[in-house]
Structure formats: structure tokens, C-alpha cells
Design a protein around this ligand. Structure first.
Ligand code: HPA
Length: 258
């Protein structure tokens, strides 16, 4: 099929491109060296399929640093994507809102990230075949794709805005003091994924678009408890809007008229 576009689905967002054909589904456990998510809200299947004839590779679920995987393992699927010829990667995730103007169910287009995981997938022995030792990160989330997403969202009445994603290791959620800190350093949303994948994608010249679904909003002055059940429920409720946006973007990214 030779897909050039791939999608990674986040918590509660597994079925982001439902109307596809010729689906070939491979459990991660059947793929040599592929990390298997230990989190129930991540299904763990690689899907090779077509949308409107356009070949797509979809990773339903990912693994995380907080599961005990090292950054090289977490990002191994991105390396595989590069080897398979992927040029554009759409990453989705569930995230906690930090900007007080965000609401649960909002879609945040990631403009930039802050890597606070304490890890970097490029640490260690360097193989020049993968790209630069010191990849530039001044535009890790290319403006071209963000502008396209913003236009398509506006055309289809899907509200979405840009913001900065802070990537933490987790898995404990943030304290009110941590939220104040994250806000002070310029983060709009927080989550436990994506940043390592983007670092590796940037190194190996895969263009990324990051989409966060805001599942809960932190209010450090008046903290309210959040739960995984709530996060999964809000992500599921929002996934239809994200589906619409992604489905509309794919033909355009693939260089075709809608
Ligand atoms: N923190 C970290 N990750 C998350 C959150 C959060 O509040 N919500 C959804 N994923």
C-alpha cells in the first residue's frame, strides 16, 4: 500500500478514521520489537488502510515513558514509520488544560512543546543514517500543517486553537503548584506523550501535526480531582470532531483536491 501519511491515536481516540477500506490490522504483539501498551485505554493495533483511496498507517494506541519504557522504545514506531516511507505524522493525545480559557472537549493544535520528561530519545549512540545528531527544533510543528488544520477547522465550523504542550513523564497528574509553574513557563496544556515522538520525527524529517483533546482543565485556585474515566469519556465524546478534521485534512495532505 505504501502509505505516506500516518496517524497515532491517543487515549480514548482509537477510532479516528472510521470510514476506511481494505483494513489490515496487526496487533503490536505480532510485530517484532514493537512496544505493546500496558494501558487499557490504548488498543495496541497497527492498521494499514485507505481513506478515499489514500493509503494510511494508523497506530491505534501508543506506549509511554510512565509504563517503564525507555525513550528509544517509545519512539521505535516512529523509526519504523520512517523506514516504511511515512512523510507526515498526525499525532493525537488527550491533555489537561492549563490555559484557564480552555474547556473540556476543546481541540488544541500544538504550536510547540516543552519537554519536561527528563528524557530525550536521541540520547546515546548516534547513527547518522537517522538524521542530525542535534536536530533543529525551532519549528518542530510546521506552520504549513498548522495553518492547513486551522483553515479546514474554520471551514467546517470545528473550533480549535493553537497552544503549547508540556510533556511530562507522569503518571501522577499535576499538583496545583505544578500547574502554576507550567502556566508560568508558557504551557497551555499538559500530557504524558508526544514530545519524544516529535523529537524523533523531526530528526528523521517526518512532518508532524499535533492535536490535543483537552479532557480536563486544571484550576489551581480551586482544584478539582480528575480521573482516567473522565479523561477517556471526554476524549471519546470529542473524537467525532477530531475525526472530521483529520478526515478532511488527509486528502489535502496527500496532495489531492477534496
Ligand atoms: N495531565 C496529564 N495528562 C493528561 C491529563 C492531565 O491533566 N489529562 C489528559 N491527559
Amino acid at each position: 500500500m505504501n502509505p505516506r501519511i500516518a496517524i497515532i491515536t491517543g487515549t480514548g481516540l482509537a477510532n479516528l478514521v472510521p470510514q476506511t477500506t481494505e483494513r489490515i490490522t496487526i496487533p503490536y504483539s505480532d510485530i517484532a520489537h514493537f512496544p505493546v501498551s500496558t494501558v487499557q485505554s490504548h488498543s495496541g493495533r497497527l492498521v494499514c488502510t485507505r481513506l478515499d483511496g489514500i493509503p494510511l498507517l494508523i497506530m491505534e494506541g501508543r506506549c509511554h515513558l510512565y509504563e517503564g519504557y525507555d525513550p528509544a522504545t517509545v519512539t521505535f514506531p516512529v523509526r519504523i514509520m520512517k523506514a516504511l516511507g511515512i512523510e507526515t505524522l498526525l499525532l493525537s493525545n488527550a491533555a489537561g488544560g492549563i490555559d484557564p480559557s480552555l474547556c473540556p472537549g476543546d481541540i488544541l493544535l500544538i504550536r510547540d512543546h516543552i519537554n519536561l520528561t527528563g528524557e530525550n530519545a536521541l540520547v546515546g549512540e548516534h547513527d547518522p543514517a537517522w538524521g542530525d545528531r542535534f536536530p533543529d527544533m525551532s519549528e518542530a510543528y510546521p506552520k504549513r500543517l498548522r495553518t492547513l488544520a486551522t483553515q479546514i477547522a474554520a471551514d467546517r465550523n470545528i473550533s480549535c486553537r493553537e497552544g503549547v504542550y508540556a510533556g511530562l513523564k507522569g503518571p501522577s497528574l499535576e499538583t496545583p503548584a505544578e500547574i502554576r509553574f507550567l502556566r508560568a513557563i508558557g504551557a497551555d496544556a499538559v500530557g504524558f506523550s508526544t514530545v519524544q515522538e516529535v523529537i524523533v520525527a523531526k530528526q528523521c524529517a517526518i512532518e508532524v501535526l499535533g492535536l490535543s483533546v483537552i479532557t480536563n482543565v486544571h484550576r489551581p485556585e480551586n482544584p478539582i480531582a480528575s480521573s482516567l474515566a473522565e479523561i477517556v469519556e471526554v476524549a471519546g465524546r470529542t473524537s467525532q470532531r477530531l475525526q472530521k478534521l483529520i478526515t478532511a485534512m488527509i486528502p489535502i495532505i496527500a496532495g489531492r483536491q477534496v
